[in-house]
Design a protein around this ligand. Structure first.
Ligand code: ATP
Ligand code: MG
Length: 267
C-alpha cells in the first residue's frame, strides 16, 4: 500500500510536460516523438484518425502504457522515473474511458468511494460525503444507490466523471468519452465537461466532437502518424487548418454522410 497522496500542490510549471515521447508495440512505432505541455486550467483536445496514437498518448500520461523513451512529468514529478510511486501520481490524474469502466456489481456510491478509501485513505463518511457532492455536481444526486446497469450510458459516464472528481484530480484525461453513447445522450456528458472546463479543471480530451472542441478547447492538437502535426487555438486548427492532412481529416469527420474508419459509423 502506498502512502496517502498529498492534496495536489499548485504547480509553478505545467500540470503535464511530455518530452520526446516514443512508444512502440513490438516493431510498430506508434508515437514517434511527442512534446506537449498542458498548463493549469487549460483544456487541450486531441484529434486525429483512428490508429494515430491518441489513446496511447493519453495512456502514457498515467502509465497505463509504459513509454519506450522520453519523459512524462505530472505536477513536476517525472512519472517515467522507475522509482516513482505511480499510485501517488495516479491519485492526481483522473481518467474517463469510452466504456465508462464502472464496477458492475457495486453501487454508484461505492464506485465513487472505493479509490478514495483505498488510495487517499479517507474515512467512509468523508468519502461518501465527497462522492455525494460530486454526484450532485453531475446531476445524479438521486442515483447514489443505483447499480450501473440501472442507468443509461450517459448517466454511467457521468458517474465515471463523478468518480474521477472525487479523487480531487489535478488533471482529467478523457478518451472519447461520448463515443459509446447513443446520440441523444452525448449532450448531457458534454455539458458536464463544459462546466468542468469553466470551473478551471485541467483537461486533456481525445474527442471526435469537433463542435465541442471548437467551443471548449483552449488548444487543439492534431495527431498524425505518431507526431503532433499541427496545434493551435481551436478556431485555427479546426476552422482554418494549415496542414493538408488536417484539412482532409476534418473533411471526413465533419461530413455527416461520410462513412469511414474515423467515425466507424454512418449514424
Ligand atoms: N497494446 C497494444 N499492443 C499492440 N498494438 C497496440 C496496442 N495498443 C495500441 N496499439 C496500436 O497502436 C496504434 C495506435 O493505437 P491507439 O489506440 O493509440 O490509436 P487511436 O488514435 O486512439 O485510435 P482510435 O481513434 O481508433 O481510438 C494502433 O495501430 C494500434 O493497433
Ligand atoms: Mg483511441
Amino acid at each position: 500500500m502506498s502512502a496517502p497522496a498529498p492534496s495536489a500542490p499548485a504547480p509553478a510549471g505545467p500540470v503535464v510536460r511530455i518530452s520526446g515521447l516514443h512508444k512502440s508495440f513490438g516493431e510498430r512505432e506508434v508515437l514517434t516523438g511527442v512534446d506537449l505541455d498542458v498548463a493549469q486550467g487549460e483544456v487541450v483536445c486531441i484529434i486525429g484518425a483512428s490508429g494515430s496514437g491518441k489513446s496511447t498518448l493519453l495512456r502514457c500520461v498515467n502509465l497505463l502504457e509504459q513509454p519506450t523513451s522520453g519523459t512524462v512529468e505530472v505536477l513536476g514529478v517525472e512519472v517515467t522515473d522507475p522509482d516513482v510511486d505511480i499510485d501517488r501520481v495516479r491519485a492526481h490524474v483522473g481518467m474517463v474511458f469510452q466504456q465508462f469502466n464502472l464496477f458492475p456489481h457495486r453501487s454508484v456510491l461505492d464506485n465513487c468511494t472505493l479509490a478514495q478509501r483505498q488510495v487517499l485513505k479517507r474515512s467512509k463518511a468523508e468519502a461518501e460525503a465527497i462522492a455525494r457532492k460530486n454526484l450532485a455536481h453531475v446531476g445524479l444526486a438521486d442515483r447514489a444507490d443505483s447499480m450501473p446497469a440501472q442507468l443509461s450510458g450517459g448517466q454511467q459516464q457521468r458517474v465515471a466523471i463523478a468518480r474521477a472528481l472525487s479523487m480531487d484530480p489535478a488533471l482529467l484525461l478523457f478518451d472519447e468519452p461520448t463515443s459509446a453513447l447513443d446520440p441523444e445522450l452525448v449532450g448531457e456528458v458534454l455539458t458536464v465537461m463544459r462546466e468542468l472546463a469553466d470551473e478551471g479543471m485541467t483537461m486533456l480530451v481525445v474527442t471526435h466532437e469537433m463542435a465541442f472542441a471548437r467551443e471548449v478547447a483552449d488548444r487543439v492538437i492534431f495527431l498524425d502518424a505518431g507526431v503532433i502535426l499541427e496545434e493551435g487555438p481551436a478556431d485555427q486548427v479546426i476552422g482554418n487548418p494549415r496542414e493538408e492532412r488536417t484539412r482532409s481529416f476534418l473533411r471526413r469527420v465533419l461530413d455527416p454522410t461520410h462513412v469511414d474508419e474515423v467515425t466507424g459509423t454512418d449514424a
